[in-house]
Design a protein around this ligand. Structure first.
Ligand code: AN0
Ligand code: CP
Length: 315
């Protein structure tokens, strides 16, 4: 595996899921695979889970890990092509990435959208420059439009907890005070659709339609209560508008996932990728209930990352 930026980089998803669950049972079976190899993790944005789980995943495979918070510790990077660099940025991303590739055998990068221009964000300009100039395999630690390590961990969690062969999984929009990326819901939709054994329903207020490139296989239901009926998993996430790009169109608290809404489901599990705003996105009594999978989901981030690193180390 040379890059991992989307489910499209996976050749056979059921086999990958199997491999991850096998690694989870035997975490140290490949503890020498990454000997004398260096994993570089480059963060352009904050992170807790991705940073710690991917670092630990590298360690379980015997890798050495370098982590860099580029905004804090590095030179300010220019990402646009062909500009006269007489402004703030001291270094071009293509030069920085070419250098990183000299020190690292695998590079992970987190690069959120800027929300300035939808076409540019959706062209994935930054991660594509990593792929082009690093000369080593690249892992997305959440790019402008996708978060594949998260979705892979979510699929592992659903595989472990599902009670029926093809469970109804509901991705629900929920309110949030800030403008958040569409990366998590885009990616979730893409992975659930590729997995095939998931009945995916997406519910959100009007105006929050995602890019159909990712939601082609999902049913869209604007009535949240109706969407929740019979659900086996409720996956909550806020995102900002794709069509009125980056805007907050609603802060309607009636969309907050509450215990009353969970009663409409088939005793559904609650999922969220974290970090979560309690009592805005989801009420305490839901997220603290026995049906909440948030910690199991976060735990599976280790196995999604370790599986992808293993695939890359194997060549
Ligand atoms: C980010 C997002 O919504 O994409 C990261 C989620 C893993 N969340 C926030 O910025 C709160
Ligand atoms: N879920 C997730 O990616 O969390 P972090 O932003 O803390 O890495």
């Amino acid at each position: 595996m040379k890059q991992f930026t989307s489910v499209k980089d996976v050749s056979h998803l059921p086999a990958l899921v199997k491999e991850a669950l096998e690694l989870k049972r035997h975490p140290y079976n490949y503890k020498y695979l990454g000997e004398n190899k260096v994993l570089g993790l480059i963060f352009m944005n904050p992170s807790l889970r991705t940073r710690l789980s991917t670092q630990r995943a590298g360690m379980n495979l015997g890798m050495n890990v370098i982590v860099m918070d580029i905004n804090k510790d590095g030179w300010k990077l220019e990402t646009r092509e062909g500009v006269i660099m007489d402004g703030d940025a001291a270094e071009h991303v293509k030069d920085a990435v070419g250098v990183m590739g000299q020190y690292c055998d695998i590079i992970g990068v987190r690069t959120f959208p800027t929300f300035e221009n939808r076409a540019e964000d959706y062209a994935e300009n930054v991660i594509n420059q990593f792929i082009k100039y690093a000369g080593v395999p690249i892992i997305s630690l959440e790019s402008s439009t996708l978060h594949p390590l998260q979705s892979f961990a979510d699929l592992l969690t659903i595989t472990e907890y599902k009670k029926t062969i093809k469970p109804k999984v509901v991705l629900t929009w929920a309110p949030h005070p800030k403008s958040l990326p569409q990366a998590v819901p885009n990616s979730f939709a893409e992975w659930m659709s590729t997995a095939e054994d998931v009945d995916l329903v997406i519910t959100h207020p009007e105006g929050y339609e995602l890019d159909e490139k990712f939601t082609w296989n999902a049913r869209i239901e604007y009535n949240q209560n109706k969407a929740f009926e019979g659900a086996e998993f409720i996956y909550a996430k806020n995102w900002s508008s794709y069509h009125q790009y980056g805007q907050i169109l609603s802060k309607d608290r009636s969309w907050t996932v509450s215990a009353d809404k969970m009663k409409l489901t088939n005793d559904a599990y609650f999922m969220h990728c974290l970090p979560v705003r309690r009592n805005v996105v989801v009420n305490d009594d839901v997220i603290d209930s026995p049906n909440s999978l948030i910690i199991k989901q976060a735990a599976n981030r280790l196995w999604s990352a370790q599986t992808i690193l293993k695939k890359m180390l194997e060549g």
